[in-house]
Design a binder for this molecule. Structure first.
Ligand code: PBG
Length: 332
């Protein structure tokens, strides 16, 4: 039977050429940012909780940066693994000018000068308490993450990274007022050219588990719910992004990415700033595990997940799949 049907959406899908013409979202290598872990050791150490990722030595990271650059990945976010004997309750190692991150920035800038360097600004890798801010313990056994005292240390940390040559600092701590304070600190030191990528909507998510394993940075007591956001909320995310925009952020970030696509869309609709999204360790691991057991096709699901994050509204994506995705995009 031939039905009279003038409107047939399938016409727009009839060939790959037409599908490409009507494609609304494109994923390119230039959208991807590569998060990497660096440690003080001289060897690269595979991370059990994140198959395919390493704790790089500085030397190993230089090689990885060159490989990434060759694939078209031109920006990296650095995360440090700090030995226990350098952690304390004031997180003083976080702004040591001779510390691991400043050293790594200097070496990368020397050896791979075109790599854009983003640094994570938060105290958890340096804090013996494992929290992103300074913790006050009370006699009655309760504890509080101090906001303003933390912001003071975060400013020192951001300045230390910027002094060493970071292109972008990325505060991921979720303290109130830290964007304004960091902007003012950088500007007062003539570092007005250093950008701020604000983790504006960072949720208290179970998906950070593998990352905390990689850095040995889990909170020793309590959880992060007094500063990271409740996964049940979205209006609060818009409010946080607006505050960060007003305080001088250059880019706002949503984290996690995959199951927070609605948040990415809402923030995108409510800001004129570029929006970043972080496909976090748990998202990476879920895909890896399913691929390794043969249940999903890794290449297809990785490219689909990244495209979905772009479709939700992210201009750029932080992902541990960055070099692999770049390789696949090149082969396409
Ligand atoms: C901490 C920080 C975390 C991540 C990035 N920065 C963990 C946390 O908040 O506990 C998570 C990234 C990931 O899971 O891949 N400031």
């Amino acid at each position: 039977m031939i039905i009279h049907l003038p409107i047939r959406p399938r016409r727009n899908r009839k060939s790959e050429t037409i599908r490409e013409l009507i494609r609304e979202t494109r994923l390119s290598t230039s959208d991807l940012i590569y998060p990497v872990f660096v440690h003080e050791g001289t060897h690269n150490e595979p991370i059990d909780s994140l198959p395919g990722c390493n704790r790089w030595s500085i030397k190993g990271l230089v090689e990885e940066a060159k490989r990434s650059m060759d694939l078209g990945i031109k920006s990296m976010v650095l995360f440090p693994v700090i030995p226990d004997n350098k952690k304390n309750s004031d997180a003083t190692e976080s702004y040591n000018p001779d510390g691991l991150i400043p050293q790594t920035i200097l070496t990368l800038k020397d050896q791979v000068p075109d790599m854009t360097i983003i640094t994570d600004v938060a105290l958890d890798p340096y804090n013996s308490d494992g929290h992103d801010g300074i913790v006050e313990f009370r006699i009655d056994g309760s504890m509080e993450i101090l906001n303003d005292a933390s912001v003071e240390v975060l400013c020192k940390q951001a300045l230390c990274h910027a002094d060493a040559g970071a292109d972008i600092v990325a505060p991921s701590d979720m303290m109130d007022g830290r964007i304004a304070a960091i902007r003012a600190t950088l500007d007062s030191e003539a570092l007005d050219d250093v950008s701020i990528m604000a983790y504006s909507a960072k949720y208290a998510s179970a998906l950070y588990g593998p990352f905390r394993g990689a850095l040995d940075s889990s909170p020793k007591a309590g959880d992060k719910k007094t500063y990271q956001m409740d996964p049940a909320n979205s209006r609060e995310a818009i409010r946080e992004a607006q505050l960060d925009e007003n305080e001088g952020a250059d880019i706002v970030l949503v984290k996690p990415a995959g199951i927070y696509g609605d948040i990415i869309s809402k923030i995108k609709a409510n800001t004129m700033l570029p929006v970043a999204a972080y496909q976090v360790s748990g998202e990476y691991l879920m895909i890896k595990a399913a691929a390794q057991s043969g249940w999903l096709d890794e290449k297809s699901i990785v490219l689909e997940s990244l495209t979905s994050i772009r479709r939700a509204g992210a201009d750029m994506i932080l992902t541990y799949f960055a070099p692999q995705a770049a390789q696949w995009l090149r082969e396409k």
